[in-house]
Ligand binder design. Structure first.
Ligand code: ADP
Length: 329
């Protein structure tokens, strides 16, 4: 490089604009990278374009201005991050399959309900049509019910399919309240919900969040199932899920139960893999949930409040959503 223009290390369009950038900085003093540092693309001698972290400093002396640039090759770091994300993805999927195994009988029960109703309505419709004269209007009503129940069964299966499918971590803007309602609906295959209704206290004005919906549902289901375990011997005890906007740019969700709470020695290990106090527990629910929330730029914490056990996570709100609605982020 000695004696040559530094732009040789940059891909286009920056290479040909580099001198212009420098000239603009010297004219306006407005720094875009100097003293800031950021991830940019660099060009290898063999032409490969690859990511680097570039920091540029400036020194002024009697001899004039000098710039010092430090480039760090990020290829390995980014590959390791990608690999970690893939591992998390796979682990989360295995854990969802585990959930399915645990609730298989509940799932079968939930699908069986509309199917049984279908059989009854079909039988009724047949008898109504065999009457003399045929009770056409009543039979028509029965057929409407059949269509409704078939649709309900289809929706249940669709929800399950989405949840258990392996996915590549697609993130999209989503309405968190909708994700919460879906998770609660999915969790209905846990028959314990019959004794412990889930009360929803959802804020109306939530900004959207950019999430992998299936993974956030998974977090909610893990927390709900733990809450159900906690109130198992309090018949009728309600669980609560709260959503609210927090500060300007975050959304918080809380899953609250009135169970016995968590002793300090247990609390210290909540997020350790394979830590469980349950006879048939796996101890992966909370660590997986925590890593999902963290990968979404949020945090999952546990607290006691007014005698209740609270698991709370935050997610960053999608700023584009605010801009669309004309609010300043
Ligand atoms: P598992 O449910 O398989 O034990 P988790 O990682 O989900 O695994 O939970 C780890 C431990 O945290 C549980 O065994 C339990 O002791 C404790 N725990 C989690 N949620 C609650 C809760 N809502 N109330 C009381 N204890 C809880």
């Amino acid at each position: 490089m000695l004696g040559r223009n530094i732009s040789l290390l940059m891909p286009e369009p920056h290479a040909s604009r580099h001198d212009e950038y420098l000239e603009r900085y010297q004219r306006t003093g407005e720094a875009r990278i100097i003293g800031i540092g950021r991830q940019v693309q660099a060009k290898h001698a063999d032409g490969t374009v690859f990511p680097v972290e570039l920091s540029v400093g400036e020194a002024r002396s009697a001899a004039g201005r000098r710039y010092v640039g430090i480039m760090r090759d990020l290829r390995e770091k980014l590959a390791a991050e990608r690999e970690a994300a893939e591992m998390r993805e796979r682990l989360a999927h295995v854990s969802r399959l585990h959930t399915m195994g645990e609730t298989a009988s509940g799932i079968a029960h939930e699908i069986n309900q509309p199917l049984a109703a279908l059989v009854n309505y079909a039988e009724a419709a047949r008898r109504l049509l065999e009457r003399e004269p045929p009770a056409v209007e009543q039979a028509r009503q029965a057929l409407l019910r059949i269509a409704e129940q078939a649709q309900r069964a289809g929706e249940i299966i669709q929800r399950l399919r989405l949840f258990f499918k392996r996915r590549g971590g697609e993130r999209r803007p989503a309405d968190l309240n909708e994700v919460i309602r879906d998770a609660v609906a999915l969790n209905r295959s846990d028959t314990r919900c019959l004794d412990h209704p889930v009360e929803l206290v959802l804020a109306e004005d939530l900004p959207s969040v950019v999430v992998d919906e299936v993974q956030i549902q998974q977090v909610l289901i893990n927390l709900l199932r733990n809450a159900l375990d906690a109130v198992a011997d309090q018949p009728g005890a309600a669980l609560r899920i709260v959503s609210r906007r927090e500060g300007g740019d975050r959304v918080a969700v809380e899953v609250i139960d009135s169970g016995p709470g968590i002793p300090e020695d247990v609390a210290a290990h909540l997020f350790d893999p394979f830590f469980t106090t349950k006879r048939d527990g796996m101890g992966m629910g909370l660590p997986i949930s925590e890593s999902i929330v963290r990968a979404h730029g949020g945090r999952l914490v546990h607290e006691h409040r007014d005698g209740m056990t609270v698991f709370r996570f935050t997610l960053p709100a999608s700023l584009e959503d605010d801009i669309e609605r004309g609010r300043t982020p």
